[in-house]
Design a protein around this ligand. Sequence first.
Ligand SMILES: CC(C)(COP(=O)(O)OP(=O)(O)OC[C@H]1O[C@@H](n2cnc3c(N)ncnc32)[C@H](O)[C@@H]1OP(=O)(O)O)[C@@H](O)C(=O)NCCC(=O)NCCS
Length: 191
Amino acid sequence: MTVDVRLEEPGDRADALEVERLAFGSDEEPSIVGAVRDEDGSFAMVAVEDERIVGHVQFSRAWIGETSVVALGPIAVLPDRQGLGIGSALVRAGCAETGARGERAVILLGSPAFYSRFGFRPALERGLRNPFAGFGEGDLVIAEEDFMLRELSDEPAPLAGQVAPGLRPASRLKLGRARPRLGATRTWLSW
Ligand SMILES: CC(C)(COP(=O)(O)OP(=O)(O)OC[C@H]1O[C@@H](n2cnc3c(N)ncnc32)[C@H](O)[C@@H]1OP(=O)(O)O)[C@@H](O)C(=O)NCCC(=O)NCCS
C-alpha cells in the first residue's frame, strides 16, 4: 500500500467531502468542512491511494483569547481503509504543515486515546477549560479532557481567554457568534 499525504487541491474537494460523509455516516461533517474551507487560514490535507482520496483532514482558524491558533477537524478515513495508519499520517502531516505556516498551536476536540500519540495534551494543563464540556448525548458527551492542544513552537504561546472558532477573537465577536459549529451530537469530534 502506498499512500501519499499532501495538501488538498481544488480538484480533490468533492471526493474529500464524500470521504467525510462515508466515514461519519452523516452529512454533518461535510457541512462543517463546507462552512470553513474557504475561510482565511483554512487548509486541508488529503491521503491519496491509487489516485483515490481515502482520507481527509480539515484545518481552520481559531482563537484562544487574542492568540490565533489552528483548529484540527473534522478528520476522516474511508471505512475500508481505517486502521492502516492513514489517519495518523494525516494528523502528522497536517501538524507539520501548520508549523511550517508559522502557527503556534493546534487545538481540537477529540479522543485523548488517539491524539495523545501525536503530542496533543489536555488543554486544561495550560489552564484552558473545555468550552464545550458536557455538550452531546450518551456516549458522545464531550469530556473536559477532549479539548486538546499541541504547541508547535518551543516558546510557549500566550494562551489565555475565550476559545473561539472563526476569523476573529471572541472578544471582537458579538455574543452568540463565538459558538462551536456543533450540530448533531455526532459532530462533537469536529471543531
Ligand atoms: C479516526 C480516524 C480518522 C483514524 O484514522 P485511521 O486511519 O483509522 O487511524 P490509524 O490507523 O492511523 O490509527 C488507528 C488508531 O486510532 C484509534 N482510533 C480510531 N478511531 C478512534 C476514535 N474515534 N477514538 C479513539 N481512538 C481511535 C484506533 O483504535 C487505533 O489505535 P491503536 O493504534 O492504538 O490500535 C478514522 O478511524 C475515521 O475516519 N473514523 C471515523 C470518523 C471519526 O470518528 N473521526 C474523528 C476521530 S477523533
